[in-house]
Structures are given as structure tokens and as C-alpha cells.
Design a binder for this molecule. Structure first.
Ligand code: ZN
Ligand code: ZN
Length: 309
């Protein structure tokens, strides 16, 4: 069953909301980071991460419920957590998060994994491309619109309040979490990639409280995700535009949403529909090796713990 998509409730949280609930949680990303490096047992995560019993067992139960892990006995009735096909499929999301963090966020409490493309033997950073034509794409090359299960209301991260209370992680991916770790930040970022750039539009189109919009715009400016640009139309209007750093987060957004829409399907249809302007086809993300240009497959990528200095 884990290899089949999960049907979502009609009218309920869509694939974007489900995905944000999962990917927008720092502990989940950290647990998955070790899982793709081969960790399967409770004690191994406890050793690898500054994580409490309550938080780890809660996240393992949640990720199992989401069919990212399946439980299996390994000896004497003891359980381990194996990545399902759906779980292994998250490698594109992890890779794009690591690549963005390592390029744009100077300080890390823990070193990021080293990614090696087995095809060419090089350490690499992934390049986002169009699945159809394999051309590298930038955010401006891809048009995203809401599909039949889209809309901001249905895209609210699911399950976050329940789990957020427990604790936040040790700040190992602080900037990724600032961007997608809560409802309004994720919506404002998503709105920016859909072309919103004015305070009033963020407020009205997203239905966000003005104080929240003001706060997030300030934080995004401080992190260098948005820059403030005076409107050419009216001197007293300011617009907020994604910087290079902000645009560079696009691969994380589209690989996450593609994963979510593959594995969680609303009966009405997709939440977001992308088109690649370059080739005119529906857009789905494909990652290329930044060194040799080959299209990557999960099994071609080795993830290694960094050498200790
Ligand atoms: Zn294309
Ligand atoms: Zn390569």
C-alpha cells in the first residue's frame, strides 16, 4: 500500500498542505537526513541527533502514519523504520534543501552532508530542470497556477500545531524553517513565486492578518529573501521582490510539491499546476548533476557525512 498514493478527503487539506506539514518540520528533515544515510533504528537517531524520546517517537510515528517509513522487525521483535518507496522519493527535497542551505546560509550548527554523483564521481549541487525537455529552468520559466484542489485555505500545513508544541529542533536548518516552517511564511513565499509583490495583495489574496504580513515581510527582508522596491506607479507603494537567494529556493518548493502531489491525491485533482514556458509542456521537476549535466536518479547519488576537519 505504501507504494500507492494516499487519497485525500474531498474539500480537505490538499497535497501542498500535507507536504508543508511534513517538510516544514525541522525534526522530520533531520530524521530523514539520517534515514537516507542508512539509519533505521531508534537508538541510532538518538545518538545522531540532539532529540528527546518524546519528539523522536512522535516523529517516527507520524512519518510511519504518512507511509514514509514502514516498521519491520529486525531481531527479537525489535522494530526498525525502513524508508518506503515514498520515503526514498524524498531525496530530491533533501538534496535541494542542502544545496540551498550550503550556498546561501553561512552558519550551520552541524555540517551538511556531502553529495556525490556516482555517474561522474564528483561532489555536485543539483540543477533544476524540466522533466519533459531536460532544459535547466529558473523560476521565471515556470508558470504555476492553482488546480482544482488549490487555493490558500486548503494549502495550510496539516498537523503542525499538534506537533509544533513539542519543540523546535536545534536550529540546524533555521532559514529553511523560517521560509516553510509555518503557515504564513510558506503562503507568502508561495504567493511571491506566483507573482504577488504588494503588501495589500499578500494580505487580501492570502487572507493573512496585516500584522503577520508585516512581520514576515520584515523577516524575509532581514534574511535577504525579499528586497523592497519602490513601485514605478506610485511613490507611496512599495513592492517586495524575491532576491537571488529567494529565487534560489524555488527548487525546494517545486520538488516538495511534486513529491506531495505524487503521493497524496485530492479527488478534485492537483493543487498546483505548473507549465514550462520554454517547451510549453506541463512542468515537473527533474534534477541534473551540476558537474556533468546528467539527469539524476536517486540511486546515482551518494550522501556522505562530511569529513571531520
Ligand atoms: Zn520543458
Ligand atoms: Zn555528475
Amino acid at each position: 500500500m505504501a507504494d500507492a498514493p494516499t487519497p485525500l478527503e474531498p474539500g480537505g487539506t490538499n497535497a501542498v498542505g500535507v507536504t508543508l506539514g511534513l517538510v516544514g518540520d525541522e525534526w522530520n528533515l533531520l530524521i530523514l537526513r539520517y534515514a537516507v544515510m542508512g539509519v533505521r533504528r531508534y537508538g541510532e537517531w538518538r545518538e545522531a541527533l540532539p532529540i528527546s524520546h518524546a519528539v523522536l517517537s512522535g516523529r517516527l510515528a507520524y512519518l510511519t502514519e504518512m507511509a514514509v517509513f514502514e516498521k519491520a522487525e529486525y531481531s527479537g521483535g525489535r522494530l526498525e523504520y525502513r524508508l518506503t518507496k515514498r520515503g526514498r522519493d524524498l531525496w530530491t527535497v533533501l538534496l535541494t534543501v542542502w544545496a540551498w542551505e550550503s550556498t546561501w546560509v553561512p552558519q550551520h550548527a552541524e555540517s551538511l552532508p556531502v553529495m556525490v554523483h556516482l555517474g561522474c564521481g564528483s561532489e555536485f549541487a543539483p540543477v533544476l530542470a524540466c522533466h519533459g525537455c531536460l532544459d535547466a529552468v529558473l523560476p521565471r520559466d515556470v508558470a504555476g497556477t492553482f488546480g482544482p484542489s488549490g487555493g490558500w485555505e486548503r494549502s495550510v500545513p496539516s498537523g503542525t500545531t499538534r506537533r509544533r508544541v513539542a519543540s523546535s529542533a536545534a536550529g540546524l536548518f533555521p532559514q529553511t524553517m523560517t521560509l516553510i516552517g509555518n503557515r504564513w511564511s510558506a503562503a507568502i513565499l508561495g504567493g511571491a513565486f506566483q507573482g504577488l509583490n504588494r503588501f495589500r495583495d499578500f494580505e487580501q489574496r492570502l487572507g493573512a492578518p496585516p500584522a503577520v504580513v508585516a512581520d514576515r515581510l520584515r523577516v524575509f527582508r532581514e534574511l535577504g529573501i525579499f528586497e523592497q522596491v519602490p513601485s514605478p506607479d506610485r511613490a507611496d507603494w512599495t513592492t517586495y521582490h524575491l532576491t537571488d537567494k529567494g529565487r534560489a529556493f524555488f527548487p525546494v518548493v517545486v520538488t516538495s510539491i511534486a513529491w506531495g502531489q505524487r503521493w497524496f491525491q485530492a479527488p478534485e485533482g492537483p493543487a498546483l499546476i505548473y507549465r514550462h514556458q520554454g517547451c510549453g509542456q506541463w512542468f515537473a521537476p527533474r534534477l541534473l548533476c551540476g558537474k556533468c549535466g546528467a539527469a539524476l536518479r536517486g540511486q546515482d547519488v551518494a550522501v556522505e557525512r562530511p569529513e571531520l576537519a
